[in-house]
Design a protein around this ligand. Structure first.
Ligand code: IVH
Length: 339
């Protein structure tokens, strides 16, 4: 039997090892070790934490295991409100946005603005709070000012780091992202719901939201949710000058940000990106409903300011609505064929 000191040391080693391999497996999709080697380490950690329960930390990989069902969700006030985006639905509306933004920044129309363009993930928005690098709270957006505390459920999502991958974490940081259920998992989930006489979900977004707003976290854990991060709420770091740098930092800290983003100058490359992603849309394993165009430089974003509950320097450039990928009839036919 190990002494308490030896156990502390070994738990520390196992925790770092497992966090690293979770990141390789779930975020990078590039595992370095076999499942059985991973399982052995996890079992050793569970055993040690069983002998020394007081050594089990909030960011222990064993914390991903579902806890007891909760009675309800506590309310949580965001340090920085979770805003929403204004929409544009056509090239002309985007041109109007670009022109308005030039005026706000007092720039000549001939001078192209620097934009970060990326995907608009269609899921459930979440805010994750890290204190000294440890995940302490995860909440839904709610009305933008106050959300619901869904920490226990979000901990079960493997792409959510329980600890930031850095030796110098900020004291406090709020990370914003979107939880998604991949389309294939959504289809499997609905087949399962149908076979068991349970409610069907209308679309993957609905299923992701329903999976997170569950009082029983073992249900969340059983669904293959993933998280893509795109920004920060509360964060103080004067070294970061633009959103691209911000997102790079998120990736370094262990978050999944995806590879679909570009920094562009002016409007033409925005239209190109919009079309490129529209062609790619059917191949993506998850749902998007547009692209997001953001002033890249923080100084420009600041200057553009806010209107109502939206930053004026960002816009969602949406795709026209399309039919749900899978209708309830499709599922009934599929289940009839296989089940
Ligand atoms: S930036 C002002 N970037 O779309 C809020 N949002 O109404 C800043 N969303 O609730 C949001 N993908 O959860 C941003 N790449 C992305 C996004 C994104 C999806 C969601 C977000 C927000 C909603 C906008």
């Amino acid at each position: 039997m190990l002494s308490r000191n030896q156990a502390t040391q070994r738990i520390h080693e196992l925790t770092s090892f497992i966090h690293h391999h979770d990141f390789r497996y779930y975020v990078l999709d590039d595992p370095e070790i076999s499942d059985s080697a991973y399982d052995l380490c996890m079992r050793e950690l569970i055993d040690l934490e069983t002998c020394f329960p007081e050594l089990r930390a909030l960011d222990s990989p064993t914390m991903r295991v579902a806890g007891k069902p909760q009675e309800g969700f506590k309310k949580y006030k965001h340090r920085v409100p979770m805003l929403s985006l204004a929409n544009v639905l056509s090239k002309q509306e985007f041109l109007d946005f670009d022109e308005r933004t030039h005026k706000l920044l007092e720039k000549a129309l001939e001078e192209p603005l620097e934009y970060l363009v990326e995907l608009k993930f269609d899921g459930l928005s979440l805010s994750l709070t890290y204190e000294d690098g440890q995940l302490v709270c995860a909440t839904t957006r709610g009305d933008g000012e106050t959300g619901e505390d869904v920490t226990q459920n979000v901990r079960t999502i493997r792409t959510v780091p329980l600890r930031l991958r850095t030796d110098l974490p900020p004291k406090w940081v709020e990370i914003r992202g979107e939880a998604l259920l991949p389309v294939a998992d959504f289809e499997r989930l609905n087949e399962h719901q149908l076979k068991n006489g349970q409610k069907l979900f209308a679309n993957p977004r609905n299923a992701a939201a329903g999976s997170i707003r569950q009082l029983d976290s073992s249900i969340t854990a059983s669904r293959s949710l993933t998280l893509f991060c795109y920004g920060m709420g509360y964060f103080q770091n004067s070294d970061v000058k633009d959103l691209y740098q911000y997102e790079k930092l998120l990736a370094e800290w262990g978050f999944r940000i995806g590879e679909w983003r570009e920094v562009v100058q002016g409007i033409e490359p925005v239209f190109k990106f919009y079309e490129k992603i529209e062609n790619l849309r059917e191949e993506l394993p998850f749902e998007i409903d547009g692209i997001v165009v953001k002033l890249n430089r923080l100084s420009d974003l600041d200057r553009a300011g806010f209107i109502a509950k939206s930053p004026r320097g960002m816009v969602a450039f949406k795709y026209p609505p399309r039919q749900e990928k899978t209708t309830i009839e499709d599922i009934i036919v599929q289940v009839g064929r296989t089940g």
